[in-house]
Write a protein that binds this ligand. Structure first.
Ligand SMILES: C[S@@+](CC[C@H](N)C(=O)[O-])C[C@H]1O[C@@H](n2cnc3c(N)ncnc32)[C@H](O)[C@@H]1O
Length: 303
């Protein structure tokens, strides 16, 4: 293995960067166009230094070798943008809670189906799936208040009133983000968008930080899923895939939306980021828009 002898960062040719771009695209769908070459170059330099390699050639050879699987995962992790926050895009979450969830709960209850399954695809460090879990817990508590069951609930009252079951699947390509999500402990700064009533009900203060309460944490299951692959979690009532597709090119976005269509229960919903849209990507979803919040409802199509 070639070792670096100097601290001067290795420079890459255009052809080398193109080769790496193609590999990253093939592995995870992220598209690095000219505007993001600098970022790619910087992260690549960091990885070479970390691996103590002094040429692109030796690094690339490592990446494509069987032994290089771990390094490839590490590289991808270094290329992802994990920016996220609790209650991100409030208008959309209001649409989710007041329209989509309330409607879903009514319909499921009438059909005797009490399982709610929501997938946060590209969940980063967990703020999105925990926000979803808080909203679902609130909607079910309110539904129960209006429709009390004909039997006594166990004491202390469970967060999710039976017979309801809630599964929030949180997936990402970054192992370190998944680990942080699983831990569910957040700084005061990260809690900036969490108001008083949510803090009181769903968090414990641990020193200077806030930990998600166990009862809420148990609703969220973190798992690795690369959205580029074909086998993705099925039978979801709602999929959140926010601020992920913006790093993919149009061809990859189209493929992903097609896969999501198959992963959503009939009439279910797909929620994408504020700066993203399904316009021009598919005819298999219709847009729902309320008070500045947007979601896409899956429609049945013949054939
Ligand atoms: C900007 S964050 C968005 C987090 C959250 N959805 C939100 O809107 O706040 C994008 C996340 O997508 C993940 N990601 C990027 N490409 C992915 C892929 N191919 N499969 C799964 N996750 C991916 C990144 O690791 C990152 O955590």
């Amino acid at each position: 293995m070639a070792m670096t002898t100097t601290s001067t960062p290795v420079q890459f040719t255009e052809a080398e960067l193109k080769l790496l771009q193609a590999l990253v695209y093939q592995e995870c769908g992220m598209h690095f166009d000219e505007r993001r070459t600098h970022f790619l170059q910087d992260r690549l330099q960091r990885r070479l230094k970390e691996c103590q390699l002094d040429s692109f050639y030796s690094y690339y050879r490592l990446l494509i070798s069987h032994a290089g699987k771990e390094e490839l995962a590490r590289l991808l992790e270094n290329l992802t943008i994990n920016e996220t926050s609790f209650f991100r895009n409030k208008a959309q979450l209001e649409l989710f809670q007041k329209h989509i969830l309330e409607d879903l709960v009514q319909k499921k209850h009438a059909a005797g189906d009490h399982l709610i399954r929501i997938w946060s695809a590209g969940c980063s460090t967990g703020q999105e799936p925990y926000t979803i879990a808080m909203q679902v817990a609130d909607v079910l508590a309110y539904f129960n208040l209006r429709n009390p069951p004909p039997y006594e609930l166990p004491s202390p009252k469970p967060l999710i009133p039976p017979p309801w079951r809630v599964e929030v699947l949180a997936s990402d390509i970054s192992y370190s983000a998944l680990r942080a999500g699983q831990q569910g402990v957040y700084s005061e700064h990260q809690m900036g968008t969490v108001d008083y009533s949510y803090r009181l009900r769903y968090f414990d203060k641990v020193g200077e930080r806030y930990a998600i309460k166990k009862s809420l944490r148990e609703l969220v299951h973190f798992d690795f899923h690369n959205l580029k692959t074909e086998f993705l979690p099925q039978r979801n009532d709602v999929i959140f895939c926010r601020n992920v597709m913006m790093y993919f090119d149009e061809a990859e976005q189209k493929r992903l939306v097609e896969k999501f269509w198959r992963c959503i229960n009939p009439g279910g919903y797909l929620l994408v980021g504020h700066a993203e849209s399904l316009l021009g990507l598919t005819q298999k979803f219709v847009m729902v828009h309320r008070n500045n919040g947007t979601a896409y409802q899956q429609v049945e199509v013949a054939g």
